[in-house]
Design a protein around this ligand. Sequence first.
Ligand code: GDG
Length: 617
Amino acid sequence: MFSFRVAAPLTAVLCLIALSLIATSGVGQQAQQNMLWSLLGINLVAAVTTVFLARMTINRWAESLRDYIITGKNAKNLPKEAIGVTREIRHRLRQLERERQRLCLSGPMWSSEALFRFVREHLPSEQIISISYRQPYAHKKAPDGGLTWMTPASGLVTAIEPIMKACGGTWIAVAMSEADRLAADQNGALMVPPDKPTYRLKRLWLSEEETAGFYAGFANEGLWPLATMAYVKPRFRASDWKTYQEVNQRFADAIVAEAKSDAPIVFIQDYHFALLPKLVRERLPNALIIFFWHIPWPNAEAFGILPWREEILRGLLPADIIGFHTQAPCNNFLDCVDTHIEALIDREHNSVRHGNDFSMVRPYPISIAWPDLEALSVPDIPACRKEVTESLGIAPDAKIILGVERLDYVKGIPERLRSFGIFLEKNPLWRGKVCFVQIASPSRSSIPAYADADKEVEEVVAEINKKYQTSRWKPIHLLKQNYAARELYRFYRSGDVFIVSSLSDGMNLVAKEFISARDDDRGSLILSEFTGSSRELVEAIIVNPHDEEKVADCFLRALTMSDEEQTARMKSMRERVKMNNVFAWAAQILGDAKQLHDRRQLNELLEKTGRDEKRAA
Ligand code: GDG
């Protein structure tokens, strides 16, 4: 810098002085000529050296500039003026990147390939470690003595599996059986999906005591009824809480063991692991931690009955992102933080600062991967209908009302069946012409509240069937078993009316699956207002499942809806679910995580340059 600015004028001045000295020196002409040549030679050398030095300086600057723009480091070779300009460039670049991301997110449909590229190109780490209680594949012994596998009935698995398939990484979950052990290596890991492996499933085995205390006890007799608020009293036992803490610790150990760097992306699923963000942050301070809560979150008053409410909140807050399906649970969560612990809440940006932790609390409405019905080998709609009616002994021209879920008291199965009874009572002309098919996959059957729900469903079905059944017609077909995805889609495509009457549901994916199955643009959807999906699927017939008379009237409305109306409603819902698919959901959540990561890096940089500037001053 100095050489470039000073050397050129200095050389020019020296030349002028030398020339005037030569002219006035009085020496002979030959000597003057020699002196002039020598001066020219010296000047030439000086000029070449100056150009060389200037180039070197410019190159060094350019390198430092490039480094500083890209990494925010190596500012010490730059003059102060350049640092200011470079900071501006970095700021503009970040703005452009955000704009690009926004356009990308609202642009064409997200696919598994687009998500894969997004993760590779934009995330600070390529390693995603996902954690859930439920595993995506369960192995069992086949009748021939070999091993076979099935996918469990779980909304969490339906949503997360396509993301892991797209991005790769490791999924840590709880093993269910001895067959699971046989299918895994000595570390309890295996590559899945079993027919086309793309990611690693790491299984952890829990003892009977751990399962009873952690899973059945604290998670499902405590947190589940507390969060879903479906009027089943939560049970809180100190021994369950102790086991819950221990199992969370075991998972934290497993995450640390799986991590290939000190900053993996740790994607924690659901209420079984509320303590994991804190436990992971302590061991991997630079990890990008995303926590997604798949079920509702109660208001501050209801949450206040939890004896370990502060521990649960403090366990979650070290996550960078805490995601819920809709805004209501985000608000409830922030109210709980506000009421029960000391933290700084920024309502405008939905964020919380708690000690050194900063987390964004945001709604991310989860979804499904739009199905490839051909790849699933699902037959056309008339064939599906034929298969279903024949297998259940339903008349070919009878209308079908369908419900599909895990047998869980929050899903409102007895309520909807009672509404169906009221409908039959009020509309005798429909008797014999409509059947209710209810798929209820067995779930958490060791828990008393679930056994009670099962009993209640059986009783309502028996009562209605006894009252109305004829030799040629059975009003309700209750199918209590687990079906493969292809079979579920066969049912979805055979129903005239699909009902979701949950008393409480974070999102509800079966409603979206029904819509995705109807490429004939037909079928009516009755949807509980207490599901997250009712915020999105506004063209459904929205009901309060507790109002059994009204739901009965909605059955009539749905069964008699004109083809044109069905098509108009269905088309609109299909477009929305297809566009807002689970890859878009993941891109949104991972995109926010990336922004948070960039902001954190920028803050570190600003702190550092601030320190440098202070030191320089
Ligand atoms: C939780 C939240 C949230 C059903 N029967 C079978 C079977 N299923 C599959 C369905 C669907 C899934 O289970 C159920 O998903 P949901 O979303 O409806 O409900 P939850 O399991 O309670 O899910 C919920 C979800 O997490 C995601 O965040 O939407 O609010 O409660 O995909 O197809 N699957 C198989 N056999 C069956 O018999 N294989």
